[in-house]
Design a protein around this ligand. Sequence first.
Ligand SMILES: Nc1nc2c(ncn2[C@@H]2O[C@H](COP(=O)(O)OP(=O)(O)OP(=O)(O)O)[C@@H](O)[C@H]2O)c(=O)[nH]1
Ligand SMILES: [Mg+2]
Length: 461
Amino acid sequence: MGKDKILNDTIAAISTAQGNGGIGIVRISGSDSLKIAEKMFKPFDKITKISSLKGYTAKYGKIIDKGNFIDEAVILVFKAPNSYTGENVAEISCHGGLFLTRRVLRVALELGARLAKPGEFTKRAFLNGKMGLVQAESVMDLIYAKSEKANKIAFENKEGNINRKISILKDKLIDVASKLAVWSDYPDEEVFEFKISDLSGEIENTLKSVTNMIKTYDFGQIIKEGIKTVIVGKPNVGKSTLMNLLSGSQKAIVTDVPGTTRDAIEETIMLGGISLRLIDTAGIRDTQDIIEKIGVDKSKNLINSAELIFAVLDGSKVLEEEDKKILNLTQYKNRIIIINKIDLPQVLNTNSFLKKEEKILCLSAKNESSLDNLKEIVYKSINKFVSDENDVIISNERHLDCLKRIRNILKEATDELKNGITLDAITVLIEESINILNEFTGESASKEIVDRIFSKFCVGK
Ligand SMILES: Nc1nc2c(ncn2[C@@H]2O[C@H](COP(=O)(O)OP(=O)(O)OP(=O)(O)O)[C@@H](O)[C@H]2O)c(=O)[nH]1
Ligand SMILES: [Mg+2]
C-alpha cells in the first residue's frame, strides 16, 4: 500500500476518554485543520492568526460557537510533516466535560471537518510514513496495556523491536533468493560458493527463528490479558476469604455455610509488574441444588482453562474424597497447594497424596500477615511468565498468522529441498515468504488488511 498517499480531507475527534475530566482534547488533522481552528478559536492576544503559527506553538484563548463564547482553552499547533499524523494538526485542550468536548467537536464538524473513523489518526500516520504497521498496532497495545510488563512489550514493539527482527529474517531470505537467482541464471557456471546443504541450512535457521517467535505468542497473550488464576477447593475451605485477602477487597461473600459462592467472581490484581485475573469459584462437591450444580460445573471448566491454580485445602479437617477429587482434577496444571486455617488445630495429612516437589503454602487466609508469603510463592510460580529471555514477544493474532504462514512455507521448502525439487520451485516458496514478511510490516499490506487493523482502534486515536 502506497505510504506516500496524502489524504486531503480534514478529520476531527475527541482524543481523550469520554467522560468528565479536568481536560478534554479535540484533535483536528488535515489540510484545513488550521483554517477550521482559526474560525473557532480566538487567541486572547487578538493578534495571532492560528494558520500562520509555527509548529509546536501553544496559544491561550477562547472557543467560539456561532458568535458565542463557550470555553477557555489552549490550542497546540503542529505543522506537517512534524505531527503525529504527518499533516497539519490542531489540538484544542478545553475543559473536560462530556457535553463541552462534544460541543467543541461539533463546532469543528460544522466548520467542515469530518468525524474521524476509529484509528484514523494513526492510520494517516501510517499512510504518511510516520510509523510502520507493527508500530501502529503497538500504539493500540500501549493504550490497552493492563500491567507494567504488557506496557513494556507494547512500547518495545512500538520502538521497532519486532520490525528489526523481521527485517533480519527478510535479509536472510533475500540473500537465499538472490543466490537462487544467480543459480538459475547461470546454471552451467561455477559461480556459486555455496552448496545445497548451505542453502537448506540457511532456510532451516530462518525457520527456527520464525518458530521461536511463534512460541512466544502464548506468553504474549498471558502478559496482555493477565494470568488466569483460578481458586478451587471443596466448599468452606476459605477460597473466598483468600480471594478477598489477595485483592484487598470484600467482593466475595464469606460465610460459614458450605456452598456460599455459587458463581465465579473475578478480580484483577497486580503482582510483580504483571496482572493476575483471580477467579473465585463455587466449592466443588456433589450437590442436588440446581444452581450450585451449575456453579460446580463452571468451576471444573475453569480449571481446564486456568494458567495458574490455587488448590485450597482446610488444614483443620482430614483429607476428604472431595479434596482428592480436586487434587486429581488439577494435578497436571501449574498449581499451588494452599493449606488454609493453620490458626486452628491441624489434622490434615497430605503426605501420601502430593508429590515431593509440590509447591505448598500453609497459611491463614483470615490473617493479613499471610499475604507476604503468599505473594512470594505466587511470584515465584509466575516467574516464568515474567522472564525476559525472549528478545521479541508476539502478542498480536495477525502477526501470529503471518508467522505461521511463513513457517509452513519454509517447512515445505526444507522438505522439498531434501526431496530434490527444482530450485525454481524453491525460489517461488522463498519469494512467497518474503511477500508475507512485507505484509507483516505493512510494506505490501492490502487496503483491506490495513482497514481491518485500524477499525479495531478507538475513535480519536
Ligand atoms: N479459622 C479460620 N477460619 C477461616 C479461615 N479462612 C476462612 N475461614 C472461615 O471459613 C468459612 C468459609 O470461608 P469462605 O471463604 O466462605 O469459604 P469458601 O471456600 O469460599 O466456601 P464456598 O464459597 O462455600 O465454597 C468462613 O466462616 C471463614 O470465616 C482461616 O484461615 N481460619
Ligand atoms: Mg466462597
